[in-house]
Design a protein around this ligand. Structure first.
Ligand SMILES: [Cu+2]
Length: 130
């Protein structure tokens, strides 16, 4: 165990890393790496006449990938404020990578007529200031 930890530290610090000691060093080394965080995948299901979930909290600046699925019909997914839209086709995964640069409420809606409740089919991203 100890030697695998040492190997891990060596990988982070490079083979010339002379100081190999406690966990604080490990934390420091991890903090120094400026690797971008992987995008969070948010799964959203569309079904007459709702999206689940339909209220989604996002951190300002966060990168996400929407993983959209329709359960019953071809629905639309439109985010007017971001000028983004897609069709959501049953049996087919639709993935939308997005970023949210500004805090506030950003609405999404179905823009493919799907029946009597179509006009009510929508939701919000609640983007929290960081
Ligand atoms: Cu609709």
């Amino acid at each position: 165990m100890r030697s695998s930890r040492r190997q891990f530290l060596r990988r982070i610090l490079g083979s010339s890393g002379a100081v190999l000691c406690g966990g604080s060093l490990l934390a420091e080394a991890a903090g120094e790496t400026s690797q971008p965080q992987p995008a969070r995948v948010i799964r959203i299901e569309a079904k007459k006449f709702t999206y689940t979930p339909n209220e989604i909290a996002i951190q300002q600046g966060e990168s996400v990938i929407l993983d959209l699925t329709a359960l019953d019909f071809v629905h639309g997914f439109n985010i007017p404020d971001l000028h983004v839209r897609a069709d959501i086709v049953p049996g087919k995964a639709t993935r939308l990578p997005l970023q949210f640069p500004s805090a506030g409420k950003i609405s999404f809606l179905c823009d493919n007529f799907c029946g009597s409740g179509h006009e009510e089919m929508g939701g919000n991203f609640n983007v929290i200031a960081s």
